[in-house]
Structure formats: structure tokens, C-alpha cells
Design a binder for this molecule. Structure first.
Ligand SMILES: NC(=O)c1ccc[n+]([C@@H]2O[C@H](COP(=O)([O-])OP(=O)(O)OC[C@H]3O[C@@H](n4cnc5c(N)ncnc54)[C@H](O)[C@@H]3O)[C@@H](O)[C@H]2O)c1
Length: 388
């Protein structure tokens, strides 16, 4: 059976879910960004994964984008899936959920009898309060675990499906997902909404903690002149630890790990919880790297080789390297970032790689690239395994 679905927010999460669901459902995407909507409807997609275009062209009769909110809310839907941003508000020390709360009021006002699914990452306890406030039980929390550079393929082959809320609605939602993606029975976890919110925050806080653990091992190796790669290989041969997600870096960053860890740290009634320490430690990592570079007076110009966190990524949002850049003193900074043309903190861009190499006394890169092989002697990276 075809469902009629409204997806709110055409970002990484909303777009990937919309394309996946469009295989067998009628999907409307609502986004306030008029240009994004206009472009989408003429086939210019906001994100660059190859598969997006294939899906779009194949299922375009099933999917449309709109930017008019009252038009979006004038239909009847089986599901309204909310993929709005929940940025961390530094003053309130919590996610900003205002746009989600405003939308819920409108959905209730329009008397749309529908099942609402929160894909946005939420503070623990948020959904229960909303359900009580509006006396509306048809709300599910299904956190998203996709990676930005593999968003659609992660949706189609999810690591697990977590759904929190009333079991009857949860089963209906899972049934719809099973129709369009590869989900094995044992990978479906149905729980209450608060537990579901917690799964998301603890998952990302674990990843942040693990990044910090191996970076702290690497800090120790740098201070004591030891080979981090050798130590990590020895540590990770224990199957309880596992030989994965252990490559040192300039710190955790991106959209989700920092903000989700901050939210979780502040969900605790005591300040000295593990996750507060993890956040401080991530900052310490940047300080240690910056100190190493600052104390070498022979380095006048530092070339930043790419700003994105990962190889081939075009997304520089909250990249860890910015934290290091902010701590560098008395250096000329130039940047080579071919995939993102944004003007970052007025860093001087050098678009010609050979000029960039020539101008740099030292090249700082989070992830090593074979294109730097001829100037390897200038490269400073902690990418000991040469992987993302
Ligand atoms: N990016 C990820 O890898 C990822 C992974 C898992 C979960 N999440 C969570 O999913 C949520 C969405 O993240 P994202 O990365 O897709 O966001 P995004 O910033 O990529 O996109 C958000 C979209 O929402 C639109 N928007 C903003 N306010 C709106 C409003 N009031 N009405 C309609 N549209 C509006 C924006 O124009 C934008 O297109 C966040 O809570 C995030 O924490 C993100």
C-alpha cells in the first residue's frame, strides 16, 4: 500500500529519507529554503551522492518539494517525518527545538490526524513532554544514524532501526521502511520514546569518546616519542576493543558528534560526567597539536590541506581543523579546499595545488592524500592508518 508522506526539512536526513521512501510512496518535502525547493523540482539536488540522481530520475513522479507551509499542511498524511535541524544553543545549554515545537502546534491546529516521526536528534525527555502537552500519542522517535557522505546508502542499508513510542504506530512505520530498505528482523528495536532519544545521544557520545581515547593515546605517543600506530595495533588486537574506528585525527567534529555529546553532558544532573570530560579532552587535543606547530619558529606559512573531516567529503561543517586553526599563533595560513568554495573565516584560499605546496612551509592535513606524496616531508598529519 502506498503511503502519503510529508517530510519536513531537505537536509542530509530529510532528503535521503525522502528519496528512499519515494520508491513506493507519495512523498512531499517541505523546506523553507525556496531556492533549494525550486532547484529540486527541476532536478538540481542539493547533495552530491551519485545514487541521488538515479533515485530522483527513477521515482520523480512520486516526489515533489514545496516551500509553502500552509500548502504543505493542507493535505492528509499517513506520516509526517520531521528532519529539522536541532542546533546546540550555547546559552541554553540544550538543542534548539523551537522550529519543531512550532511545527507541532501547527500540525495539531490543522487537525491533521497523522503519525508524526521525529528523525531530528532530540534532548532526552523532549518527546514525552510534547506528547503530554498536546495530549497526542501518535508521535514516534526514530533517530537517524546515517553518515553524511553515505546518507542514502545508509538509509537503504541501515545498521539498525530504533523506534520509540506506541508499539502499534511503531510497527506501522517499520512495515513501511521494510518495504523500501534492507532491514533484518533482529536489527529492529522498539522501545519507549525517551529510551529511543537516549540511544541516539549515547551512540554519538560513544563515538566521540572513542575518538578521544585514540587521540589521547596519540598525544601520549607524541609526548614520549613513541609510534602510535604500533601501540594502537597492539591495543586493538583484543577483540573486545576491535580494530576499527581507531585512527587518530585532529579531533571529533562535524554536525552531530560535538552537539550530541554536549547535549548528553548537560542532560546529567552533575557536571563531572564522562561526556563533559570528553568535550574538554577534544579541545585539549587541538591545543596539543597547535602547541607543536606554534613552537616551531621555522614554520612561517602553514598550508591547510582540505577543511572537510573526511577524504572526498565536501562538507566542512564544524570540522575539527577549525579548532586548531583558531589556536595557531603568528603563522600565515593558506588553505587548499577544492570541494567547498565557501569563504571560511577569511582564510586565504590557494586553488592551484602546486602553488599551495610551494608556498607552504608545513602542510597540515587531517587525512593524508596521495596527492601530497611529492611533499611528504612537509606534511603534518596524525592519520597513521591512512583511512577515514
Ligand atoms: N547530518 C547528519 O549526519 C545527521 C545524522 C543523524 C541525525 N541528524 C539530525 O537530523 C536533523 C537534521 O539534520 P540535517 O543534517 O539533515 O540538517 P541540515 O542542516 O542538513 O538540513 C536542515 C534543512 O531544514 C530546513 N529548515 C530549517 N528550518 C526549517 C523550517 N522551520 N521549516 C522547514 N524547513 C526548515 C533547512 O532549509 C535545511 O534544508 C538534526 O537534528 C540532526 O542532528 C543529522
Amino acid at each position: 500500500m502506498k503511503n502519503k508522506i510529508l517530510i519536513v526539512g531537505m537536509g542530509y536526513v530529510g532528503l535521503a529519507n525522502a528519496l528512499m521512501l519515494s520508491q513506493k510512496n507519495d512523498v512531499i518535502i517541505f523546506d523553507i529554503d525556496k531556492m533549494k525547493v525550486y532547484n529540486f523540482n527541476r532536478g538540481v539536488l542539493p547533495l552530491g551522492e551519485d545514487m541521488y540522481e538515479t533515485f530522483y530520475n527513477k521515482y520523480r513522479d512520486n516526489i515533489i518539494a514545496i516551500s509553502d507551509e500552509s500548502q504543505a499542511l493542507s493535505n492528509k498524511y499517513d506520516f509526517i517525518i520531521i528532519a529539522l535541524p536541532t542546533d546546540y544553543d550555547q546559552d541554553k545549554k540544550a538543542f534548539n527545538t523551537t522550529s519543531i515545537e512550532d511545527l507541532i502546534v501547527k500540525i495539531i491546529d490543522h487537525n491533521i490526524d497523522t503519525c508524526i516521526v521525529f528523525k531530528s536528534t532530540l534532548p532526552i525527555g523532549f518527546t514525552r513532554l510534547i506528547k503530554e502537552k498536546f495530549q497526542y500519542d501518535q508521535i514516534l522517535v526514530s533517530p537517524e544514524f546515517l553518515r553524511e557522505n553515505k546518507a542514502l546508502s545508509d538509509c537503504l542499508n541501515p545498521s539498525r532501526i530504533v523506534v520509540g513510542g506506541n508499539k502499534i504506530y511503531a510497527m506501522k512505520y517499520v512495515k513501511m521502511l521494510k518495504n523500501v530498505s534492507k532491514i533484518e528482523k533482529e536489527k529492529v528495536f522498539i522501545m519507549n520514546e525517551t529510551e529511543s532519544e537516549a540511544v541516539k545521544l549515547f551512540s554519538n557520545a560513544y563515538l566521540a569518546t572513542r575518538v578521544c581515547f585514540f587521540n589521547e593515546l596519540d598525544n601520549f605517543s607524541l609526548i614520549h616519542n613513541l609510534d602510535a600506530k604500533t601501540i594502537i595495533s597492539g591495543v586493538c588486537s583484543d577483540p573486545r576493543i576491535g580494530d576499527h574506528y581507531n585512527n587518530p585525527s585532529f579531533g571529533f567534529g562535524g554536525y552531530c558528534l560535538p552537539k550530541d555529546t554536549k547535549q548528553l553532558a548537560n542532560n546529567y544532573p552533575y557536571a563531572d560526567n564522562l561526556f563533559s570530560a570528553v568535550l574538554n579532552n577534544n579541545n585539549k587535543r587541538a591545543e596539543i597539536i597547535a602547541q607543536i606547530l606554534n613552537r616551531d619558529d621555522t614554520i612561517k606559512t602553514i598550508g591547510i590541506y582540505k577543511l572537510a573531516m573526511k577524504k572526498s567529503s565536501y562538507n566542512c561543517r564544524n570540522s575539527a581543523i577549525f579548532n586548531i586553526i583558531s589556536k595557531l599563533q603568528n603563522k600565515n595560513l593558506i588553505v587548499y579546499e577544492p570541494l567547498d568554495k565557501t569563504n571560511f573565516n577569511n582564510l586565504k584560499r590557494i586553488d592551484d595545488l602546486s602553488v599551495f605546496k610551494q608556498m607552504s612551509d608545513l602542510i597540515l592535513c587531517n587525512r593524508y592524500d596521495a596527492l601530497l606524496e611529492d611533499v611528504k616531508y612537509k606534511v603534518f598529519t596524525r592519520d597513521v592508518f591512512n583511512e577515514n
